[in-house]
Structures are given as structure tokens and as C-alpha cells.
Design a binder for this molecule. Structure first.
Ligand SMILES: O=C(O)[C@H](O)[C@@H](O)[C@H](O)[C@H](O)COP(=O)(O)O
Length: 248
């Protein structure tokens, strides 16, 4: 039975610090149990701030035994500073002892699949499948981090799009994102639900309405974050401004 909780923090700094400490706990527990951990990273200001915080203090995490995946990617040339993986590398991955073969980046638009995001998405789906248990198409991620946009988007799943309605595939291309850049690759809601723990890191007044709608049980088609649920837990990390329209 999956549990949903909402954790309140005074501001974004306190939120990030609490997420950092919980992330260390989840990853070190998984490593103690199984020898390794798998995490899905997100772009956005709060998600990248968490990675910066981990760069400063990641407790006893053995980074060489962490599998790192990405929830979505802006389909841009390699090295473009707008790419989520570039920002994650600058914030954390270039500064810790991750194993290069265990960091699974989505392809760049000038990469081996050239300008075809559908081929790139299919290739990432194969990467997930290659690391899944028998009979599954993706690992059971320990934690999937998510930021959220003001209209409730998560990864590159925007309201009222085919992408948010995807029920089968785990990785798809988005070619008309309302938020630039238009072409992206994204994990879908079924892929997010493979994670044991889904964490939504949300700060600021502009997100308050979508937080209240999602926590209140909106349809994912209207508010995509409402469909982001972990198999064991879903945790909303919200600051006072983002929580301001919640009932409680
Ligand atoms: O790909 C993107 O355009 C961003 O990564 C985006 O999805 C982001 O995660 C959210 O908009 C939340 O961003 P903030 O945490 O900066 O509000």
C-alpha cells in the first residue's frame, strides 16, 4: 500500500536540506540491503539545488554504487547548458565518485540518434530494460526526484497531452512541449510509478494551486503531478508559499 505525505518547510533552503538528508538515508539503506541504489534525477531549480546540497554533504553514500537515471531531458546538443544532465553534472555528478558506466544519460540531439528524438527515446527504453529484473521493462528505482511547474507538469509531461496519457511505454519523445525547448525525451507516468519512492520538490507561490489540486486528487490529465505516485511512498516537499492553498 503506497502512502502519500506532505512535508512542510519554511522556505526552499529548509526543504532542500531535509530532502538531502532523506536522500542520504534512502540511498545508504538501499546500499546496505542490496549493495547498490538507483535514483532518477530531475531538472529545475529545486532539483538541481538538491544536487548541489548533496555535493556539499552526501553522508555515507558510496557514489560508485549508485545507478543514476534521468526523468527527462531537453533534446539539445551535447554540452548545452540547458540540458538537465549537464546541469546535474555541474551540480553533482562531476564532483563525486559515480561510475561513468552507471550514469545513464538520455541522448543529445547531435548524438548517435542524430535529430530523431523517437529513436533516442526508444534507445533509453532499452537502457531501462537492460537494468530491469526479469520480466520487467525498467528497474524498480529507489527514488524518483521530481520538480513541478506552475501548471502541474513533471518531467516533460504537460497537461492535456498524449505524453501524460501514455499508459504503456516508459520513455517517449515529446515534440511540441509548451515550455521551451519544444523537443524533449521523458519518462512517463507508468515509468515514474516503477519507483519505490517518488519525491516532489516544490517551492514558491506560483505552484500553490497545482499542489493543492494534485494533493486533492485531481486528474493527471489536468495536473500531471497528481499521477506521480511511488509504489511505496509519495512525498511532497513543499515550502510555505507552495503549501499556501492546501486545506490543512
Ligand atoms: O525541463 C524543464 O523545463 C524543467 O526541468 C522543469 O520540468 C522543472 O523541473 C519544473 O518546471 C520545476 O522547476 P523549478 O524547480 O525550477 O520550479
Amino acid at each position: 500500500m503506497s502512502e502519500t505525505s506532505v512535508l512542510h518547510f519554511l522556505d526552499a533552503d529548509a526543504l532542500v536540506d531535509a530532502a538531502r538528508s532523506r536522500f542520504v538515508d534512502v540511498v545508504t539503506s538501499a546500499q546496505a540491503e542490496r549493495g547498490s541504489a538507483s535514483v532518477v534525477l530531475t531538472g529545475g531549480g529545486t532539483g538541481i539545488a538538491l544536487l548541489e546540497a548533496l555535493r556539499k554533504d552526501s553522508g555515507n553514500i558510496d557514489w560508485s554504487r549508485v545507478d543514476v537515471y534521468f526523468g527527462d531531458e531537453r533534446f539539445l546538443p551535447a554540452g548545452d547548458p540547458e540540458r538537465n544532465e549537464v546541469q546535474a553534472s555541474d551540480a553533482l555528478l562531476n564532483h563525486v565518485d559515480v561510475h561513468p558506466d552507471r550514469v545513464f544519460r538520455m541522448a543529445a540531439s547531435d548524438g548517435p540518434h542524430e535529430s530523431d528524438p523517437e529513436v533516442a527515446a526508444a534507445s533509453y527504453a532499452r537502457v531501462l530494460a537492460a537494468h530491469a529484473d526479469e520480466g520487467e521493462r525498467a528497474p524498480e528505482f529507489d527514488v524518483h526526484l521530481l520538480g513541478m511547474g506552475g501548471e502541474g507538469h513533471i518531467n516533460s509531461l504537460f497537461p492535456h497531452t498524449d505524453a501524460v496519457r501514455e499508459t504503456t511505454q516508459y520513455v517517449i519523445a515529446v515534440e511540441d512541449s509548451p515550455k521551451p525547448p519544444p523537443v524533449r525525451i521523458t519518462l512517463t507516468l507508468p515509468a515514474i510509478r516503477r519507483a519505490k519512492h517518488v519525491w516532489l520538490l516544490v517551492s514558491g507561490e506560483a505552484k500553490a494551486e497545482a499542489v493543492a489540486a494534485a494533493v486533492g486528487g485531481a486528474s493527471p490529465d489536468d495536473v500531471p503531478s497528481a499521477g506521480a505516485v511511488g509504489s511505496e511512498s509519495t512525498v511532497w516537499f513543499v515550502d510555505t508559499a507552495a503549501a499556501s492553498k492546501l486545506d490543512t
